[in-house]
Design a binder for this molecule. Structure first.
Ligand code: COI
Length: 360
């Protein structure tokens, strides 16, 4: 008898899990668990959601997602590092954001119970595949895409909702990132889809990332599309600067993804007595503050990267603004406090963690 009344656990999925051998070298998002959650939407009706063996998809060449990019996703993690668990962290927040992205992209909401129980079921059934080292996890990727087959530009009436999972190590193996300030291209504009977690926002970032890599950087820092003077985010990561014992981050706008890690860091920092400022952050002020030593640390944060220090900010002109290669004291304190909650090694004063029962 399953604990998940919204998800059918197939025998084939359990067989696939029992015969799966986890490779030793995992990296991030490369090794996939042998099962996935799958359900479909057809003209107003959702099918039964099932845990099934991982498989390749067959798509018609006119499938709308391939042409018009009607697609959304989420990223979250299951943790199983200290013998207890597995644990999920604020997965209901991912469900809410997923359905906000769905609304913006003219897609149907996924039933809340299917999203939440789907994430819980894949984590419980893959508990034995979650790497045990602190910082490692099961990276869980729910996603939905348009499956209607024809080339007319109009919202699809058919969708697939899937959840796949990847036993993963840290996102950045180097432990810190070098970031190039992007003063030309933009990621998102007012009235657009920057606040939705949709693939096109990430596709829009790739050319800048190639250019940044050629200059020796790992990531780019996006500025607002209108004035090109205010810091926004880093594609898959939000941005914080540390001024002594205060942390500062751009206020949310419709062109910034509302990061769940960002939000958690703000709540956690305030709980620990660290001052937090959400404000318009001018890039020129930040660069001057790094030069003068007023800004003492900066970090990227997100589900995948947790809290990763920014080693250097740079400009296309070649000018660099070095920070700390190692984690500074505030980044280190917040990263550990966050991981303690997520991994079950510390108290959870906010009730953010959900403990599940391992299956298989
Ligand atoms: C996440 O942190 O889950 C993200 O969405 C980043 C990802 C694009 C790797």
């Amino acid at each position: 008898m399953s604990d998940f009344d919204a998800i059918t656990i197939t025998e084939e999925a359990v067989t696939a899990l029992k015969s799966f051998q986890l490779p030793e070298d995992l990296a991030f998002g490369k090794v996939m668990a042998p099962v996935m959650i799958e359900c479909t939407y057809n003209q107003g009706t959702w099918s039964e959601a099932k845990l099934v063996p991982y498989r390749k998809l067959t798509l018609d060449p006119t499938c709308k997602v391939l042409h018009y990019a009607q697609e959304i996703f989420e990223g979250l993690k299951g943790y199983h590092t200290n013998g207890a668990g597995p644990f999920l962290f604020r997965h209901e927040e991912n469900m809410k954001r997923f359905n906000l992205s769905a609304e913006r992209m003219a897609m149907p909401p996924v039933p809340e119970k299917v999203f939440n129980q789907g994430v819980e079921a894949i984590t419980s059934y893959c508990a034995h595949l979650i790497p045990k080292k602190s910082g490692d996890s099961l990276y869980i990727r729910p996603f939905m895409f348009a499956t209607e087959n024809n080339l007319g530009i109009k919202p699809s009436e058919h969708f697939s909702f899937l959840i796949v999972a990847s036993p993963s190590q840290a996102y950045f193996s180097s432990g810190s990132v070098k970031v190039l300030v992007e003063r030309e291209a933009v990621r998102a504009c007012p009235g657009g889809v920057g606040h939705a977690k949709t693939g096109g926002n990430y596709a829009a970032s790739l050319l800048s990332m190639i250019n940044a890599k050629k200059k020796g950087y790992d990531q780019v820092l996006w500025l607002d599309a209108v004035t090109k003077s205010n810091i926004e985010e880093m594609s898959g990561m939000n941005f914080f600067a540390v001024y002594g014992d205060k942390i500062v981050t751009p206020s949310l706008t419709e062109t910034i993804l509302n990061g769940i890690t960002r939000k958690s860091i703000i709540e956690l920092a305030r709980h620990q007595g660290i001052e937090v400022e959400e404000t318009t952050m001018k890039i020129d002020d930040l660069l001057a503050d790094i030069k003068s030593g007023k800004c003492t640390e900066a970090f990227a944060c997100g589900t995948a990267v947790i809290i990763t220090p920014v080693d250097t900010l740079g400009l296309a002109s070649g000018e660099t603004f070095p920070l700390q290669h190692e984690q500074g004291p505030i980044s280190k304190q917040l990263r550990q406090a966050l991981l303690d909650i997520q991994e079950g090694t510390g108290d959870d004063p906010f009730g953010w963690r959900k403990e599940l029962t391992p299956k298989v």
